[in-house]
Design a protein around this ligand. Sequence first.
Ligand code: NI
Ligand code: MN
Length: 229
Amino acid sequence: MEIQWLGHSAVRLEAAGKNLLIDPYLSANPLAPPGAVEALQDIDLILVSHGHDDHVGDTVDLAGRHGAQVVAIAEICSWLGAQGVENCLSMNIGGTATLDGLSISMVRAVHSSSTRRDGMPIYLGECTGFVIKAEGQAVYHAGDTDVFSDMALIQKIHAPTVGLLPIGGHFTMSPETAALACNEFLELDIVVPMHFATFPVLAPDASEFSAAVKRGRVEVLSPGGSLTL
Ligand code: NI
Ligand code: MN
């Protein structure tokens, strides 16, 4: 399995011969490697954690271009359908789908989810995270979230060994509270920090987070960098 971080919460995961994207915020992402959209090949699945622009990103374009199957909560599938995305698997929190040999579970996140039309918010259901299982590995992508003690329940049910966690603060967990999630509620072997340094309001780097994590090895990737499991 290969996990490639494309900056912010955008992740490409290659496993079981399939290519999966999570929260593909690329063309407008200040951290994405140049040409990130064009570099993608044969995307099979796109997982969208919630409706904010910095997570939906290029989903509509990429789903069309690659004929990829999108996976999201019901409200986001309806909204994407109105934009011409034909193949969206609607799920909800607690559910698991098996697609292309990958098991995808939708899990809770503590955050909001909406988009805007004419300056007004449109509700897009709950914010979510995902646990993806393939090749004997289980990877937790937390979406945008604060720390919550039921992360321990996600750990108990899905036993992730790798976690991609937002650490930037302001909109999500901070370096300190993301470390608390690792030390108190999750039991990850490898932790990849995300959702930092993209905007001035976020933590500028992962040093404070890395120093505070006592349980699990922190792997700080550069945008475009990857981890092979
Ligand atoms: Ni968000
Ligand atoms: Mn976000």
